[in-house]
Design a binder for this molecule. Structure first.
Ligand SMILES: Nc1ncnc2c1ncn2[C@@H]1O[C@H](COP(=O)(O)OP(=O)(O)OP(=O)(O)O)[C@@H](O)[C@H]1O
Ligand SMILES: [Mg+2]
Length: 1020
């Protein structure tokens, strides 16, 4: 490892010399102690930063320290990533090599390659391959950076300059053509061997970069559309229009990057297009407005604004500035840059150049004129100050001023004090708002100047705002007159408000809004980018003042604008990232015990890895191992970790998780079969997934949680339909359909046409697979739908079919159930003769031992109870009250004996109707009383309503008008209930149910999504 580069990477490049002088190489880094570093002359802050970095180096560089799964092949090391690919080629090289002696050509190529390598390394790019005079480089691998696309373009521009300035044996200036493209690739597979070994990239992106390179004019950098989206307005771009390129079906758009755009800040460069209306932050702005008022009175104030990337630090400070725009003041904005952590005073240099409007290609004379003009605004001592600042800005002044003649340390001190005087001079004229942005990237000299400024500001009308991310240890915390504002996440309603601002007030479908809010965790940048992504995705159709979905809502993809920064958070972890990936496969939340069992070795290093993930603020812990649970701080980080895994590896992990739960955590498998189902589903094991979803459905149905039951059975069906056509698939599908039928019957109501479709499908499968028992059940379902919807002709035909089937099956229980159906339909058809004949046959056949289970299996009441009471009801209608009463009493007594509440309630209901006909009000009242008791004890609201209705009737018969009111109220309630059921039958259930594994139903394979779509279509 190059220690110098490492130090620069930490923003501590100024100590490179000290390390070099003391011959500190990478092998002794882990041995360094704090006192060693002190001896090298490092102040406290850098000492701590270096020690922290050394500690994480140890962790990241030690593969044995990672308690990851054994990797069976190098294929597993590959990842799915967004990558920016650069192709660079020396223009005119064929002609050049024809002209030059081969040895001279070799020298030219060497010089060119070295120049390019240097620039690419400085932007932390990765050279994948030299191909003669071609260079293939990646930005975003092996480590992602939040600004990889920007790095690639900056590197491209610099390569063009650096190569152009090379002095070689070639006559004339060397020129390059550069193409840059960004996209999803698989990278990390090592292909080839020996010197030819390379990190291969699979995907369209390298091809596109190569084609764009061929399009480029000498000395130009051409970028693709995806790259252009990521770089925002950070560069001056010229549109090249659309071009047809080999290998791609559609013409592609391309731009030439001509140079870095000059903008006041990173924030403006990224957000030039449009800002979302400002949301929230009331308390924070109240506090800072108060500070600003004090500052304007001459009591200078400093405010530290910190928070994670994208939380809104820049936006908040810009917004504050807008609030005071009307009050006379001077605004100074200093922007630190990740690319200039080693350039002394970079933010101050940039601010001066911008303020003076100095262009890079202007003459020195004109630059000096402009510089003098702006310095004169604050000082009269231009003779002394101008050369200092001109030197800082690298503007030669010839004989216009005398040479400085100062020792470097002296010049440095005087420059700092000139800059401070400049600020003070301005503040003496007008209050000053000073905004120092992204202090975490500040160079050491700027920080020193800032320290001095903080001292000076206190006596001046200055409000100094300093923004930074949490990794920066601000040394000014706790000083008097220093306010600290920690920006946190937006709450749900603020996030919703932001979404609405992004959509321009047009309402999103509720499920889209819910997913956006859930996935973005109140981080404004995520909210904006995800919402924009959804709007551009084609999922939504504009419909007046709202959007509607153009199909089922898939899990929302991670916006490409966030991919790099999310991946960078994971890459920073080195090999510990793998634990995050396994955790992400388990869900947004996962527990230690299961993770440990899945990972399967070395608890100490697993715990160390988790501690590192917690320290890096990727995970929130709850409790301590072995009972600890962890949750991803950001849903999008979890998604990124998961999606970076190859699909094949995800499947392996899901299978392993499912197996582990089955074998080691049977209680969990029992309590949450849907979790096991989800893992099997993602492992691509549809039969196992189907079984577990079926179990989940059974459990939900047993708890009367029908919405969940319906969703689980639908998921089970979708899995069954993934299986290849054949017996196995039929068996799974049929078993689930026959459970799904009763569940949607209750959930959506018997009127819902879907119920009949489900039974129809079950009927077809059962018929094809010659399973008579299941065929009977399916046909029974079809009969039930017809009977309950009073299509009594169809019901009669189906009952006849059932009787024939029952007879043929030689299963007398089925036969009894079949005639049960027939007498029921006869009752609704007023076919008393049939009713009496079948009812009597039912009583003859009924055997308590063998048939009392039928109630639970078919229709919810016992066939014996039904036979007695329906026959009683028929006889009451037929004018035979004596025999009727006897049968009714026996039916009710049987109901009592069975201890089956719905059978007993059913007996009471039939008996009450019969006693109404007979005219025995007391019997009705007594039975209603009994029904109340049963309904209350077993929580049966429909049965309770019937009891209420009947007791209302008995009161009404006794001239009590309150009874009539009860009946009318119930009729209203019934109508309301029916309309609720109708509404429910139009709503898909799946969207209501959340899966418990914490994946929020995402990552469904497209096959499965299609299955769901079909299911939904069917429902419509
Ligand atoms: N309160 C807010 N209301 C509306 N939009 C906001 C708000 N806060 C942030 N945003 C938007 O969210 C995005 C990210 O905000 P911003 O750039 O200010 O974050 P940041 O904290 O400065 O991030 P970084 O650390 O990367 O500089 C911007 O587009 C910004 O306009
Ligand atoms: Mg910012």
């Amino acid at each position: 490892m190059d220690v110098g580069a490492w130090l620069r990477g930490l923003g501590l490049g100024q100590y490179e010399g000290a390390f070099r002088e003391n011959e500190i190489e990478s092998d002794v880094l882990p041995e360094l102690t704090e006192s060693d570093l002190e001896k090298l002359g490092l102040p406290l802050g850098p000492r701590k930063r270096i020690l922290k970095a050394i500690a994480s180096l140890g962790r990241a560089d030690k593969p044995s320290g990672t308690p990851g799964l054994a990797r069976p092949s190098t294929e597993d090391a590959a990842e799915r990533r967004q990558l920016t690919v650069m192709f660079c080629d020396l223009a005119g090289s064929t002609a050049l090599s024809a002209r030059l002696d081969p040895e001279d050509m070799r020298q030219v190529i060497r010089a060119y390659q070295d120049a390019c390598s240097g620039v690419i390394a400085r932007y932390d790019g990765f050279i994948a391959k030299f191909m003669g005079d071609g260079i293939l480089a990646y930005f975003g691998f092996p480590r992602a950076h939040e600004d990889d696309a920007e790095r690639a373009v900056r590197a491209g521009l610099e390569i063009a300059c650096v190569v152009g300035a090379l002095q070689t044996r070639a006559t004339g200036k060397l020129q390059v053509r550069i193409g840059i493209a960004t996209g999803l690739v698989v990278v990390g597979d090592l292909v080839g061997s020996g010197a030819a070994q390379e990190q291969a990239v699979v995907g369209d992106t390298p091809n596109l970069a190569a084609r764009l390179q061929a399009l480029a004019e000498p000395d130009s950098v051409v970028v693709a559309a995806a790259t252009r989206r990521l770089i925002g307005d950070r560069f001056r771009l010229r549109d090249l229009g659309r071009h047809t390129v080999k290998g791609l079906a559609e013409p592609v758009e391309a731009w030439i990057a001509e140079g870095v755009a000059s903008s006041e800040s990173r924030f403006e460069a990224a957000n030039a297009a449009r800002l979302t209306g400002f949301v929230g932050r009331e308390a924070e702005s109240e506090l800072l407005r108060e500070r600003q008022r004090r500052a304007w009175q001459g009591e200078g104030q400093i405010a530290l604004i910190s928070g994670e990337a994208g939380i809104g630090k820049s936006r908040f400070s810009t917004w504050l500035a807008e609030q005071i725009a009307e009050e006379p003041h001077t605004r100074l904005r200093y922007q630190c840059s990740p690319f200039h952590r080693d350039s002394a005073l970079h933010p101050f240099v940039q601010q001066l150049e911008r303020a003076a409007q100095i262009a890079p290609d202007e003459s020195s004379e004109s630059k000096l004129d402009k510089l003098e003009a702006i310095l004169r605004l604050a000082t009269a001592r231009t003779q002394e100050v101008v050369p200092l600042i001109a030197s800082l800005l690298s503007i030669p002044w010839g004989s216009r001023y005398p040479p400085l003649g100062l020792a470097p340390a002296q010049q440095r001190r005087q420059t700092l004090s000139a800059l401070l005087d400049q600020m003070e001079g301005l503040a003496r004229q007008n209050p000053v708002l000073m905004l120092f942005e992204d202090a975490h990237w500040a160079d050491a000299t700027s920080l020193e100047l800032l320290n001095l400024a903080i001292e000076r500001v206190r006596r001046l009308p200055v409000l100094l705002l300093i923004t930074f991310r949490p990794e920066f240890e601000a040394p000014w915390k706790g000083l008097p007159d220093v306010a600290t504002v920690l920006l946190g996440r937006l709450d749900h309603s603020q996030a919703e408000l932001m979404v609405e601002r992004v959509t321009g007030g047009r309402k999103l479908p509720a499920e889209v809004m819910t997913q956006i809010v859930a996935k973005t965790d109140g981080v404004p940048l995520f909210v904006e980018e995800l919402t924009k992504n959804v709007l551009e995705s084609g999922l939504l159709i504009e419909d007046g003042q709202r959007y509607r979905l153009d199909g089922p809502l898939p899990p929302l993809a991670i916006p490409s604008t966030l991919q790099d920064s999310l991946m960078a958070r994971l890459d920073r972890l080195g090999t510990v990232k793998e634990i995050a990936q396994i955790g992400a496969t388990m869900g947004r939340e996962f527990n230690y015990a299961l993770l440990n069992a899945v990972v399967g070795r070395d608890e100490a290093s697993l715990q160390a890895a988790l501690a590192q993930l917690v320290e890096a603020e990727l995970l929130f812990p709850a409790g301590a191992p072995p009972d600890a649970r962890y949750s991803f701080k950001h849903a999008l980080v979890q998604d990124t970790a998961y999606e970076s895994l190859l699909k094949s590896r995800r499947q392996v992990l899901h299978q392993r998780i499912a197996h582990t739960i089955e074998e080691r955590f049977p209680a969990l498998a029992e309590a949450e079969p849907e979790v096991v189902a989800l893992h099997y589903s993602r492992a691509g094991l549809a039969d196992q997934a189907c079984l577990y979803y079926e179990r989940a459905g059974d459990r939900a149905a047993a708890r009367s949680a029908y919405a969940e039951a319906v969703a689980h059975f639908e998921a089970a069906l979708a899995e069954a339909r993934q299986l290849p056509p054949g017996e196995d698939r039929n068996r799974h599908e049929l078993a689930v359909l026959l459970k799904y039928g009763p569940a949607i019957l209750i959930f959506r109501g018997v009127q819902s046409p879907e119920v009949e479709q489900v039974y129809q499908r079950a009927y077809e499968i059962a018929e094809a697979s010659h399973d008579e028992h299941k065929l009977f059940k399916a046909l029974w379902g079809l009969w039930f739908c017809a009977n309950m919807n009073r299509r009594t002709g169809t019901a009669r035909d189906r009952a006849d079919q059932l009787v024939a089937l029952g007879r043929r099956s030689e299963d007398e229980a089925l036969f009894l159930e079949a005639i049960h159906c027939r007498w029921s339909t006869a009752f609704f058809r007023g076919d008393i003769a049939r009713l009496l004949a079948d009812g009597r046959e039912g009583i003859r056949h009924y055997d308590l031992e063998r048939h009392s289970r039928l109630g639970a299996e078919f229709g919810g009441h016992d066939p014996g109870v039904c036979a007695y009471t329906v026959l009683g009801l028929g006889l009451a209608q037929f004018g035979n009250p004596r025999e009727a009463k006897d049968l009714l009493d026996r039916g009710v007594a049987l109901g009592e004996m069975l201890k089956h509440p719905t059978s007993l309630a059913f007996a009471c209901m039939n008996a009450m109707t019969a006693y109404q006909i007979i005219g025995d009000r007391n019997a009705v009242s007594r039975l209603a009383q009994r029904m109340f008791e049963v309904a209350d004890r077993f929580n049966l609201p429909p049965q309770r309503s019937i009891a209420t209705f009947m007791s209302g009737w008995t009161s009404a018969c006794g001239d009590d008008l309150a009874g009539i009111k009860i009946i009318l109220d119930l009729t209203d309630a019934l109508e309301r209930l029916q309309s609720q059921l109708r509404a429910r039958s139009q709503k898909p259930a799946a969207s209501k149910t959340k899966t418990r594994a914490g994946h929020d139903g995402q990552h469904h394979s497209s096959r499965k999504t299609k299955a769901k779509v079909n299911l939904r279509r069917k429902r419509k």
